[in-house]
Ligand binder design. Structure first.
Ligand code: NAD
Length: 248
């Protein structure tokens, strides 16, 4: 039976590349997007043109009721779930902590942390052996910022990714007996539009000298690690992290 994967925030960037690669590896793809239907439909069209199958489902993952709708739509379409990639995330512009508004900090955590919690809760009730599932695999998209802390820049974002790291470690232990593996990737500077959201679209190129390999990474390089962690080749890997950061 063909496996089903749900990838959040997958209309562009790392999520879109993970969706394309997942389809090439034989998954039915449930592609979540927040607002850009056109971009999401275009990823699904590429999947279908290549002979795969997928569905794009709108939901703001920071809102619990929308996450419920996302999962019920997925249930109606595919009736099962084997893999979840908690990819959706936001970054805001560069700023010191004392300048950050409460609204900004709240939004970062609601999207990057709460959204992953909401999706994962619902994924577990579909995958866990004790809930009648057949097991599965979860990959969280963290960041090298969880370890560097991004001081004087994006400390809210870095802290939210630190929470994702702890979530990954704790959850991998909590649900190991349920046939579910939980891992994370920590990308470094990857060429995607997230840096424009952070107010500095050229950030990756500006920081090239701080990267041992002297180049930014590509979404495809992160997608490859995500799909490996999800695969049977990683069957004894859980609670682990892969840095995709050019040696950083
Ligand atoms: P991106 O901005 O292209 O993609 C992020 C996606 O998340 C977008 O499609 C966006 O619409 C979606 N999203 C945001 N809020 C959402 C919400 N509330 N509900 C649903 N979807 C939502 O950037 P990306 O680089 O592809 O980011 C993917 C992940 O990789 C993020 O978690 C990001 O923090 C992480 N990451 C990226 C880098 C990098 O350098 N690009 C580095 C480390 C970690």
């Amino acid at each position: 039976m063909k496996k089903v994967i749900l990838i959040t925030g997958a209309s562009r960037g790392i999520g879109a590349e993970a969706a394309l690669l997942a389809s090439r590896k034989g998954y039915h793809v449930c592609l979540n997007y927040c607002s850009n239907k056109e971009a999401a439909d275009s990823v699904i069209k590429t999947i279908e043109d290549e002979g795969g199958s997928g569905i794009a489902i709108q939901a703001d993952i920071s809102k619990e009721d929308e996450v419920d709708l996302l999962f019920s739509t997925m249930d109606r379409k595919f009736g099962r779930l084997d893999a979840l990639v908690n990819n959706a995330g936001i970054l805001e512009s560069q700023m010191e902590l004392t300048e950050m508004s409460a609204a900004r900090i709240k939004k970062i955590f609601e999207t990057n942390v709460f959204g992953s919690f909401y999706c994962t809760q619902r994924a577990i009730t579909r995958m866990a052996l004790k809930h009648g599932g057949t097991g599965g695999s979860i990959v969280n998209v963290s960041s090298v910022a969880s370890r560097t802390g991004s001081p004087f820049e994006y400390i809210d974002y870095a802290s939210s990714k630190g929470a994702i790291d702890t979530f990954t470690i704790g959850l991998s232990k909590e649900i190991a007996s349920q046939g579910i593996r939980v891992n994370a990737v920590r990308p470094g500077f990857i060429y995607t539009d997230i840096h424009a959201c952070g107010g500095d679209a050229d950030r990756v190129d500006k920081l090239r000298d701080h990267i041992p390999m002297k180049r930014g990474g590509y979404p495809e390089e992160v997608a490859a690690a995500i799909l490996w962690l999800l695969s049977e080749e990683a069957s004894y890997v859980s609670g682990s992290f892969i840095e995709i950061a050019g040696g950083r």
